[in-house]
Design a protein around this ligand. Structure first.
Ligand code: ZN
Length: 315
């Protein structure tokens, strides 16, 4: 019976497999962490990885993010210096070089940062985005290199520098070298500020540890995605240290905005337009025509809104 063996049986088998979650690719369906709804990957793609039931912002691929923010989805990736692999010959349960190789093969990226240039609202801009899927977006020397390269590119182009952190913090496998990236990245973004160019940070889920304690909180304008977890140490660690319970929503984007640490919480769908209007205001005082300023100070250039430059000059 061809019809039964060739058609009915495979169908039933497929249904049974789905119920037992066998042979179903992990990335086809994703459970919303906010409302537990099952979301199909095409649906997620269509809604910029925001749950259309509850509005929860899921983590987003770096390339999708760049395509979302640059005009027409067009951008050019910058060539980054080759990472200095495993300077400490570190090994825990697994060798650090092997961890790196695994991350490189799954993400197709050399390390956890991508730097790109393109147009935002018709003006040239440089974005450095961290990739959480690459070893938790952790900051090692290669991420420091990326931030230095990105800020230099922004200064060369006379363009605003936008950084999108998504990171668990410093990369432990690089020990002291990863901690050195904190002052290094601060100096990198300081160069953008010294050239009187806007430095904008878009905090995404999660931004914690050494990343939140360095370049990620120094933006002239601090934007965050709704619900993003932003903080230094985790909730449990803080609670155990201070022996007090913490308020609801602690370390979320909204909590930080309400307490003056974040300027704006912007839903993902509105980010590109918001970024374009902010860059317009900061670069040209709202004028429509794009002007390249190249660090000139003629009285109408962008002014750092918040961060007192002198305080960090020696960092
Ligand atoms: Zn949801």
């Amino acid at each position: 019976m061809n019809w039964i063996t060739n058609f009915v049986r495979p169908k039933i088998k497929a249904l049974a497999d789905m119920a037992g979650k066998k042979d179903v690719p992990d990335n086809l369906w994703q459970k919303c962490p906010g409302c537990s709804a099952m979301l199909h990957h095409q649906e997620l793609q269509k809604h910029l990885h925001v749950c259309h039931h509850c509005g929860h912002h899921l983590r987003m691929d770096v390339m999708d993010r760049l395509a979302m923010l640059f005009d027409g989805g067009a951008y050019q990736l910058a060539e980054l210096p080759k990472p200095a692999y495993d300077p400490l010959k570190f090994k825990d349960r697994k060798k650090y070089v092997d961890r790196l190789k695994d991350a490189q093969s799954t993400t197709g990226r050399k390390d956890a940062v991508a730097v790109a240039q393109g147009k935002i609202g018709g003006r040239t801009a440089v974005i450095a985005a961290l990739d959480f899927s690459f070893m938790g977006g952790s900051m090692g020397a290669a991420v420091g290199d990326g931030l230095v390269a990105g800020s230099r590119l922004a200064v060369t182009l006379g363009a605003p520098f936008i950084v999108i952190p998504a990171s668990g913090g410093a990369r432990m496998q690089e020990g002291m070298l990863s901690l050195m990236q904190m002052p290094r990245s601060v100096i990198a973004v300081e160069q953008v500020k010294e050239a009187r160019l806007p430095y904008i940070v878009i905090l995404t889920d999660p931004t914690t540890g050494g990343v939140s304690a360095s370049f990620a909180m120094l933006g002239d304008i601090q934007i965050a995605e709704p619900g993003a977890q932003i903080g230094f140490a985790g909730r449990r660690v803080i609670q155990e240290t201070i022996r007090a319970s913490l308020p609801d929503g602690f370390q979320t984007a909204e909590y930080l905005r309400d307490h003056g640490m974040v300027d704006l919480v912007v839903p993902r769908g509105e980010l590109a337009a918001k970024l374009a209007s902010l860059i317009g205001l900061l670069m040209d005082g709202g004028a429509a025509k794009p002007v390249s300023r190249r660090g000139k100070t003629n009285g109408s250039t962008a002014l750092p809104v918040k961060t007192p430059r002198e305080d960090e000059a020696g960092a």
